[in-house]
Ligand binder design. Sequence first.
Ligand code: WQD
Length: 345
Amino acid sequence: MQKNILVTGGAGYIGSHVTVRLHEEGFQPILLDNFSNANKSVLEGLKKITGKVFPCYEGDVLDEALLGKIFSTHQIQGVIHFAAKKAVGESVEKPLSYYKNNVSGLITLLEAMMSHGVAQLVFSSSCTVYGQPDELPVTEGSPKKPANSPYGNTKQIGEEIIEDTVKSGQRLQSIALRYFNPIGAHPSAAIGELPLGTPNNLVPFITQTAAGLRKELTVFGNDYHTPDGTCIRDYIHVMDLADAHVQCLKHLETLAENHHFDVINVGTGNGSTVLEAIQSFEKVTGKKLPYTLGLRRPGDVEKVYAAAEKAKEVLHWQAHLTLDDAMRDAWHWQQKISGSDKSPM
Ligand code: WQD
């Protein structure tokens, strides 16, 4: 009997890749998405990869009635919660919409889960909770730093809400996965990252520049204390990240106790500078990337990359795909969605 898993934000970048892996591992994904930061074309992409049309509800995690309908219609065995706003800069401009969507949305989801006896939750968290770590690689025991954006704060608050709910005696088994920097796309190029408007993140900006959609990339700062002066991040292929979610769900199913909360880093354990990321892209695509060295971006941490041992020990998971693999897949995806080269925006 296939286990029904509710994937909130299931039409999003990470949610859609997790949906593929859930299907491949014999689960039945049930999607919920308000399509505020996702395109309906993703559903076609999922069908192309899996041959399946998954149940997909268009709506919001804030909608109690809709959640009740989904839980009553499907025997949901577990939830993977992606539905959240995630643009750091936008969160500074519109904090209330981030707290309402990310925090109230989580609370509404948890209430629906508790009232329908659904006890397994994988929560999408972020390495942003660490701020600039004092030591690297950063472990799950590293102190959380005051968030440097409302977005980051919603992730810290989300973890605390779930932990407090578990401590209150509610039957809830939950793991917060702290992602590092997700990049790349499904190797079929049927799904990938679809940033709306000007991308905030590095890799979509690289691929759009290479496709001629942007004039050039600005490297935000080359005066950091790193080998080449540019920031260091732990770039993880979205397919590796997706697999971590499935392994996490399987791990929750093995737990004896009904009350469980834990946090696990999901990264490769390797750090790469911005210039190394650019060099990787140029190597795998054979394209020269036009970029300029600009000023630092406010709020950026200098370097952060994961200690990945706990994921290996607890989830029996580790990343296998490389930065080159991710750049290759990101470029194939960009070529697919942008067709022939277009004039710079
Ligand atoms: C990476 C590096 C930039 C764009 C954020 C969130 C994190 C997660 C991923 C949601 C930095 C540099 C970027 C550009 C550049 N969010 N850069 N030129 O900021 O590490 O992480 O996105 O899931 O929680 O904090 O990712 O891709 O924006 O930046 O030089 O045009 O690339 O300065 O050093 P970041 P990013």
